[in-house]
Design a protein around this ligand. Sequence first.
Ligand SMILES: Cc1cc2nc3c(=O)[nH]c(=O)nc-3n(C[C@H](O)[C@H](O)[C@H](O)COP(=O)(O)OP(=O)(O)OC[C@H]3O[C@@H](n4cnc5c(N)ncnc54)[C@H](O)[C@@H]3O)c2cc1C
Length: 330
Amino acid sequence: MNYQGVWTVSENDQGKLKGVSYELLARGRGLADKLGNELASVVIGHNITDEAVEELIHRGADAVYLVNDPGLRHFVVENFSAVLRDLINVYKPEIVIAGATTYGRTLMPHVAVRVNAGLTADCTELDIEEGTGNLLQIRPAIGGNILAEIKTPERRPQMATVRPNLIKHAEKDERRKGEVVNVEFKAEWIDRRVEHLGFRKSEGENINIQGADVVVSGGGGLKKKENFGMIKKLAESLGGVVGASRVAVDRGWMSYPHQVGLSGKTVTPKLYIAVGISGSIQHLAGMKTAETIIAINSDSDAPIFKVADFGIVGDAFEVIPALLESLDHY
Ligand SMILES: Cc1cc2nc3c(=O)[nH]c(=O)nc-3n(C[C@H](O)[C@H](O)[C@H](O)COP(=O)(O)OP(=O)(O)OC[C@H]3O[C@@H](n4cnc5c(N)ncnc54)[C@H](O)[C@@H]3O)c2cc1C
């Protein structure tokens, strides 16, 4: 199989690169160095500036494949996957990684089918197997109880999406040099059956839970939707945002963009306050790397206390109003 090199799929919003692109470069650089191969990044979109492309090079890309055209202004998976399919077929990278974001989770399965490759979704770690050079795709499995190590020895490229916000962005070195490959737009990439009519954000989508310094999350212990009022107040008074466990989301107390955990978002705030949350392994997967964790739970044996820096054993309906009162007087 004549495939070589590691690719990251960078993300942009109207030409502005997203942070996940630099996280992917950090991962990609490590893999490329182990293999002794080049690292390249693919950027597809419109209005992508020279500075954005340079930034990818300064942060570790040896090459950038740039597909910059008004026809690709909006993310339409049929179109973008046709672009990536063609690039893969021409340049034959050995490994292609993207963020396990809405973008990556939509694009990569589409491309994997079109290039007849496997895909491991939602990896938390990537490595290279000694001896074979195969990509080790590591991700939680069986409800987060084990870490599975997945390999794709028979197919190329090896494709994976990686959870964002788990590692630091690749460092910037302005002396780094790289090649920019301007790829000419092809009208045949556009699927005429699909038309972009507009973009509407879902309720709650505006919250930047992954970038927040303070996250106050509520869980099953809050009993009903109305009780999230005090969680919102506490989050507000600390300048933070509201998070939720899956139980709280499944019961319709909070919308999905607030969910923290394995099947929700991974957050790394300075302060995470878990209120009425048991601390299931799936919830911990999304918040255990927070700098300081405070848990409030009426059950002193709740597993959340094992990861908490400070624990308050008590009834949330007494503790939170007391906290709010003391913050008011602060
Ligand atoms: C594949 C898979 C993916 C999953 N993904 C996620 C995910 O992304 N995020 C997630 O959160 N879960 C996820 N889960 C679900 C997870 O297993 C748990 O069911 C869930 O985290 C439990 O939520 P909880 O702790 O809020 O609720 P509960 O389990 O109902 O716990 C409520 C807690 O509140 C405490 N409590 C009760 N009353 C009070 C009170 N008055 N004051 C203070 N404390 C009180 C209780 O002692 C208890 O510890 C996933 C599960 C699977 C199988």
